[in-house]
Design a protein around this ligand. Structure first.
Ligand code: HEC
Length: 110
């Protein structure tokens, strides 16, 4: 009985993380559109930093991200807009998901 409850609980967790991943399709799209031309496509972007570092970078309206790109007018074109302010949380979540210390989501159908 207890193991069944545990199984259901694990699967609930799994499905809510899948939902989270689904929402992050937007974050990935923004990353590919605005960051990948300089930082590479696919999963490599998140590998730039660890998850706690990404949270630091995106704090205070992405102040650190802006700072890193002070000499990159092409990057600033986007980073200085309201659009970045609106999309930055999704980009952050996407980067954290693929950051160098992220854990794999366990599967519940084996
Ligand atoms: C026009 C090119 C360009 C674009 C676009 C760009 N970057 Fe960068 N980025 C750079 C350069 C150049 C550096 C400085 C690299 C260095 O100092 O090693 C940098 C540095 C960084 C760093 C610091 C990395 C480190 O070495 O610690 C982070 C984090 C980062 N960028 C994230 C992003 C994100 C997120 C986006 C998209 C919203 C983005 N960048 C868009 C060129 C770009």
């Amino acid at each position: 009985m207890l193991s069944r409850v545990f199984f259901v609980l694990t699967c609930t967790l799994f499905f809510s993380s899948s939902l989270f991943a689904l929402q992050n399709v937007a974050g990935q799209k923004y990353y590919l559109k605005y960051c990948s031309k300089c930082h590479g496509a696919g999963n490599r972007g998140g590998g730039l930093a660890k998850s706690y570092e990404w949270e630091e970078y995106f704090k205070n309206s992405g102040k650190m991200i802006l700072f890193f790109h002070e000499e990159e007018p092409k990057a600033l074109e986007y980073l200085k807009t309201d659009k970045f302010q609106r999309q930055s949380r999704k980009i952050m979540n996407f980067l954290i998901e693929f950051s160098s210390d992220s854990a794999n989501i366990p599967s519940c159908n084996n």
